[in-house]
Write a protein that binds this ligand. Structure first.
Ligand SMILES: NC(=O)c1ccc[n+]([C@@H]2O[C@H](COP(=O)([O-])OP(=O)(O)OC[C@H]3O[C@@H](n4cnc5c(N)ncnc54)[C@H](OP(=O)(O)O)[C@@H]3O)[C@@H](O)[C@H]2O)c1
Length: 229
């Protein structure tokens, strides 16, 4: 065990909870902060709660992993299949949670990362956030919010490389995972492509272990393959 801490934001989510379990089982961290909206009151739409959580983390062992596992796809409204279904409300909601939220987490948690050793900041993105890989269209708000998240992560990596040469910042695609988020869209996904949260968490943590500062700013799938911007 090291004297380091790990932070998981979205620890109540399907993937987030499995990541917390895997990190606990690894015994690698002196402390694991399992933060969430429904569990600890960290609401991505309320910056004061993000700042307060960062303040609490700052009082303990130095965090060398910040894992943002939050996200929304549908809540009460299905993702749009056509531009005719676009609404400002839907677009703004997905941006607030999927883009602005992780950016504010970075604002408050990046200052806690050590400069003298490897430190990792990752956020769960999605393959459908890739502009180069977009062949199907649809899901306008979700895709756009994840594409914007990917740009934020690339931007952060460029800035952080100057002060934290050993840091890695990345987006991760967890695969299609059997969680509440994907539940309405699992029809047609073959059983071997529908991961349990634990299977995904295991794969994602293995990918993280293999990332170097040269990879910083990229988005990587569960199998380690880089996803085009
Ligand atoms: N599942 C998939 O197949 C799949 C595929 C590609 C990408 N992803 C991405 O993976 C990530 C995790 O997805 P999941 O499948 O684990 O989803 P999930 O089970 O629905 O979990 C979503 C998590 O996001 C949190 N959250 C939502 N709004 C929040 C807010 N305003 N403030 C703080 N936390 C908030 C929830 O917190 P509370 O429950 O505490 O409110 C929950 O912990 C998402 O970014 C998703 O886009 C998932």
């Amino acid at each position: 065990m090291t004297d380091e801490a790990a932070v998981v934001i979205g620890a109540t989510g399907g993937v987030g909870a499995a990541v917390v379990e895997r990190l606990r089982a690894s015994g690698r961290y002196a402390m694991i902060h399992a933060l969430s909206r429904s569990g600890t009151g960290l609401d991505l739409e309320d910056e004061a709660t993000i700042a307060a959580a960062a303040g609490t983390v700052a009082e303990g062992p130095v965090p060398t992993l910040v894992f943002v596992a939050t996200g929304v796809l549908h809540h009460g409204q299905s993702p749009e299949r056509t531009y005719r279904a676009l609404t400002a409300e839907h677009l703004m909601r997905d941006y607030r949670v999927n883009t602005v939220g992780p950016a504010l987490v970075a604002r408050h948690f990046l200052p806690l990362l050590p400069r003298d050793r490897r430190a990792v900041f990752v956020a769960l993105s999605a393959r459908v956030g890739s502009i180069g890989d977009n062949r199907l269209g649809g899901w306008h708000a979700y895709r756009a919010s994840k594409a914007a998240l990917n740009m934020i992560l690339t931007n952060l990596s460029i800035e952080l490389a100057r002060s934290h040469p050993q840091a890695v910042i990345a987006g991760l695609h967890p695969g299609t995972v059997d969680t509440g988020l994907s539940q309405p869209f699992q029809k047609g996904v073959s059983p071997e492509r529908l991961f349990t949260p634990d299977r995904s968490a295991q794969a994602l943590l293995a990918v993280l272990d293999g990332l170097t500062p040269a990879d910083s700013g990229g988005v990587f799938a569960w199998d380690g393959a880089r996803i085009p911007a």
